[in-house]
Design a protein around this ligand. Structure first.
Ligand code: G6P
Length: 361
């Protein structure tokens, strides 16, 4: 049943709209009152806690998911730091491999390397029985259900949720962060229904897509928890809508990208409420001063604050806990990529030159 489109025109559209359900199945049986139970990790949590580093490895959307979850993992783990894609892996490290398919050749090559070097290897995948699931020492299945569209959508949000749950499990041994952990767990319970609310923006996002149909390029500025959202939103737009798009760190704006700003280049600024909000407000002010063509994503009720006088387009999204906000904020961008693709007449589920899973090096 999962591999039929049902009432949808495309798999990507179906998978975007499935997210309240896929997130529910990702969390099913794993939240108990005020704690997280990840059966696949329980015998290894101590080793992970005592690792020198936790290193995340993934490609494309899976890489962006690790980047989205990283700040919270850093907050709740004692590990020295969490690294990105590059650099050597040692015996004292935990290496976490993130892959929807579990068959991406680049990721599997890095897995062989980490295994050779004696690191604890953890797999986070959507595919039971995949090479990644078989070769890693332990792991978590994201249980998002079959994903057919080449552009990954529901797997991304489920990956973030799994890594957030992993951070909660790692941080479970400390009283000091108990209140924070409990508030995030509370947020996880509510997340699927909030995602359902965000999906109601579909019509509004379709209108936005209509206004952007002829744009040459689209910039997305994010920061903090939502830097990954900017990268992933831009990746979706370039993958399927075949429009040049870049996700950028908003703090870097005045060091180069500002030169591009004019009345024609559309720029999305992610400015939902978190500790980066005031910095994002000043980015918006600078862009408005240069008459940038702005679309601001903000928390519900903030429209007139981020965009006084209605001088830019605004996407208002519900506010959730900071580390869960990337799950909410990516959804309007997934919808935007989808509608842009349909309006521009490109193949949604099979974008040119791309494969769902790249199994060769
Ligand atoms: C390909 C797909 C991307 C995907 C990436 C990683 O490039 O086109 O959508 O994010 O592989 O795939 P994985 O299965 O390892 O998550």
């Amino acid at each position: 049943e999962q591999i039929k489109k049902g009432n949808y025109d495309h798999f990507m559209q179906k998978e975007i709209h499935e997210q309240p359900h896929s997130l529910t199945t990702t969390m099913r049986g794993r939240l108990k009152d005020k704690s997280v139970i990840l059966g696949g990790l329980k015998d290894h949590l101590k080793t992970i806690r005592h690792s020198r580093r936790v290193v995340f490895i993934g490609c494309g959307t899976s890489y962006n998911a690790a980047l989205a979850a990283r700040p919270f993992l850093e907050e709740l783990s004692d590990c020295e730091r969490l690294a990105g894609q590059e650099g050597p892996i040692y015996r004292e490290d935990t290496a976490v491999f993130v892959s929807q398919s579990g068959e991406t050749a680049d990721t599997l090559l890095a897995l062989d390397y980490a295994l050779e070097n004696g690191a604890l290897c953890v797999g986070i995948t959507n595919t039971v029985g995949s090479a990644l699931a078989r070769k890693t020492h332990c792991g978590v299945h994201i249980n998002a259900g079959c994903e057919i569209g080449v552009a990954s959508t529901k797997a991304y949000t489920s990956q973030i949720v799994v890594m957030t749950m992993m951070a909660l499990a790692i941080g479970d041994d400390r009283i000091s962060n108990q209140a924070r952990r409990e508030s995030i767990i509370d947020g996880l319970y509510k997340l699927p229904s909030v995602v359902g609310e965000v999906l109601k923006l579909d019509g509004q996002i379709n209108d936005l897509a209509k206004s952007l149909i002829d744009a040459q390029s689209l910039l997305v500025f994010g920061r903090g928890y939502n830097y990954a959202t900017a990268l992933e939103g831009a990746l979706k737009v370039k993958e399927v809508a075949l429009m040049h798009s870049e996700g950028m760190l908003a703090g870097e704006m005045k060091h180069g990208p500002l030169a591009l700003v004019d009345e024609t280049l559309p720029i999305i600024v992610i400015a939902t409420r978190d500790s980066c909000f005031s910095k994002q407000q000043s980015v918006i002010q600078q862009l408005r001063a240069r008459k940038g063509r702005l679309v601001v994503m903000c928390s519900e009720g903030d429209a007139s604050l981020v965009c006084p006088g209605g001088s830019c387009r605004v996407i208002e999204v519900p506010q959730v806990a900071d580390c869960l906000q990337p799950v909410i904020n990516i959804i309007p961008l997934q919808l935007l990529a989808y509608h842009l693709t349909v309006l521009r007449g490109f193949d949604v589920d099979q974008p040119r030159n791309l494969a769902k899973s790249v199994t060769t090096l």
